[in-house]
Design a protein around this ligand. Structure first.
Ligand code: TRP
Length: 332
């Protein structure tokens, strides 16, 4: 079976952008792949090292979101990154052979330094963010990595690091396979203000939001600004609510009628949003039910993480034996 790895940083509750962007793929892949899904707490610390107080709580929240959307601990290994020591060990090995230039040139790195000006990210650790990502993936020899599009540059580096390791130590053999990026077929889910959905913009629809909260947020979210009055025609391509329809609406006739109605002002934004809210409510009901189920079961959550880490440790230790051997470390 092909191996899949992916991770998310525990920095707060997840939103529908995470659901459409990556989690739907994870849930699909767990049926016929050997999957490792990690709550990457070390990565969260790389940007939040100055105030780690919420780390444990956030890790638990994301675990609940994952289980809520349908990740099944019987089918995949769900674990906390810091519980599996190999990630850190391989991170060091890979950091030795990663040229500084690769990291400094990384567009995501440059962008984050600019975007997160309130945090001092000019640290040694943060520069190595993609090296730890590479170690997360390569330690399981994962060949598929389902992520949001924003991770593509990082994953390109993972492949380059794998190639360099193989070149230096593989003696013609491929120790690490090059991981492939798996992107979702859904368009980016915009936030309620039309910008990218992001906690820092305060425009998110959260997985854990009650239906009543989602209803309120959707009813007040922006639509095509050209539709100022009910009789003004609009363009679905300019409407963030339409992007939500594409993810949530599974009624083919509505999906045909809405764009026509919008362009001819046959339907109003309120009608359109009512349909959307009904689909969101239908899709999120079982998600919320699962979340509530797990919220009150601390013991079960703990067992999931313990057995997930055991499975992850088993596979990662096998790789680390090969790595120590490749690096000519003395065996005892
Ligand atoms: N950087 C990813 C994010 O911010 C999280 C992550 C860490 C990850 N390690 C990974 C994703 C390895 C895929 C593979 O969402």
């Amino acid at each position: 079976m092909e191996v899949v790895f992916s991770g998310m940083r525990p920095t707060g509750r997840l939103h529908l952008g995470h659901m459409a962007g990556a989690l739907t793929n994870w849930v699909r892949l767990q049926d016929d792949h050997e999957c490792y899904f990690s709550l990457v707490d070390w990565h969260a610390l790389m940007s939040d090292y100055a105030d780690p107080r919420k780390l444990g709580e956030n890790t638990r929240e994301i675990l609940l979101d994952w289980l809520a959307v349908g990740l099944d601990p019987e089918k995949c290994a769900i674990f906390v990154q810091s519980h599996v020591r190999g990630h850190i060990e391989l991170h060091l090995a890979l950091s030795l052979l990663t040229p500084l230039g690769w990291l400094e040139r990384n567009p995501t790195y440059k962008e984050q330094i600019l975007n997160l000006q309130n945090k001092d990210l000019s640290t040694y650790g943060f520069l190595g963010y993609p090296v730890l990502m590479a170690s997360d993936i390569l330690i399981y020899k994962a060949t598929k990595v389902p992520v949001g599009e924003d991770q593509s540059a990082h994953l390109e580096l993972s492949r380059e690091i794998a190639r360099r390791f193989n070149h230096l130590y593989g003696k013609g053999r491929e120790i690490f396979p090059e991981p492939e990026t798996i992107l979702t077929r859904y368009p980016k889910i915009p936030g309620t203000d039309g910008r990218k959905m992001s906690k820092s913009y305060g425009n998110t629809l959260d997985i854990a939001d009650e239906i009543s909260a989602l209803d309120k947020k959707i009813r007040t979210m922006i639509t095509d600004p050209a539709r100022e009055k009910r009789r003004d025609p609009g363009e679905p391509g300019k409407c963030p609510a339409w992007d939500l329809h594409k993810f949530f609406n599974d009624d083919p006739s509505q999906m045909e009628e809405i764009p026509v109605g919008c362009r001819t002002a046959g339907i109003g934004c309120i009608d359109c949003k009512k349909m959307l809210i009904a689909h969101v409510a239908k899709r999120m009901a079982p998600v919320h039910e699962r979340r509530r189920h797990f919220e009150s079961r601390e013991g079960e959550l703990k067992d999931i993480l313990i057995s997930g880490a055991e499975r992850a440790r088993e596979r990662s230790e096998r790789t680390m034996d090969e790595v120590r051997d490749a690096l000519c470390m003395l065996e005892i």
